[in-house]
Design a protein around this ligand. Structure first.
Ligand code: CDP
Length: 230
């Protein structure tokens, strides 16, 4: 059976990574969380005096980009690949609200995007990959056989993310999470380089009223259909 490329794009906290992981597992494909790579670059900037308090030294980040080495390593116990920054597992560190508050600013920088898109394309060279992000169906894999665009209302998404952060013992307020979701949506969809837009040939999935099982079933059927029709 020939393998395909599955690109999943959409706004923040639309459940892309949950369903991408489920699909990859069911199909025996590799899952790549492209957002984790932008988050790892942001975390690097926070650790290296590039981002501090309210200031962001963009030039310094660009000049240090060749020192930022990102990779994924599969964790058997968790059943997915975790993100590493310069050899250190930063899977937990990159998910904080603090990183979320800066990541879209980092993702606006063309030099950052160029570096990460190149790596993402290499990871998908052999197909058999499910990748989620903002520009996967438009820029990273414009020829992907299956493109999905996930949506849900901002409130639904903020509630999901708030619950996730509480489960990880982060002390955050729902209002802060909602305002972060809304401000990232705005920056991500209005930036100049590779804005978040639905590719013409992407299938839009509004999952506001779908539970995880229903969502998986719907997407798995779409994937099987795409595999059978290539
Ligand atoms: O998990 P969540 O949907 O909140 O975000 P993410 O997938 O971890 O991505 C974090 C941020 O990285 C996004 O808000 C974008 O600013 C940026 N990003 C991007 O620009 N392009 C991608 N392919 C993936 C993420």
């Amino acid at each position: 059976m020939k393998k395909i490329t599955i690109a999943i794009d959409g706004f923040s906290s639309t459940g892309k990574s949950t369903v991408a992981k489920q699909l990859a597992k069911a199909l025996g494909y590799v899952y790549v969380d492209s957002g984790a790579m932008y988050r790892a670059v942001t975390y690097y900037a926070m650790q290296n005096d590039i981002i501090s308090n309210d200031s962001f030294n963009v030039e310094k980040l660009i000049s240090e980009l060749n020192e930022v080495k990102i990779c994924f390593k599969y964790n058997d116990r968790l059943g997915f690949a975790e993100v590493y920054l310069n050899g250190i597992n930063v899977e937990k560190e990159v998910r904080t609200l603090e990183v979320s508050q800066w990541v879209s600013k980092v993702a606006e920088i063309s030099e950052v995007r160029k570096m990460l898109v190149r790596q993402q394309q290499q990871m998908g060279q052999e197909k058999g990959v499910v990748m989620d992000g903002r520009d996967i169906g438009t820029v990273v894999f414009p020829d992907a056989e299956l493109k999905l665009f996930m949506t849900a209302s901002a409130e639904t998404r903020a509630k999901r993310r708030y619950k996730e952060l509480l489960e990880r013992n982060e002390k955050v307020s729902y209002e802060d999470v909602l305002s972060n979701v809304e401000s990232r949506d705005l920056i991500d969809s209005t930036r100049e380089d590779s804005p978040l837009i639905k590719a013409d040939d992407a299938i839009e999935i509004d999952n506001s009223n779908l539970n995880l099982e229903e969502q998986f079933e719907k997407l798995y059927n779409l994937a099987q259909n795409a595999i059978n029709h290539q």
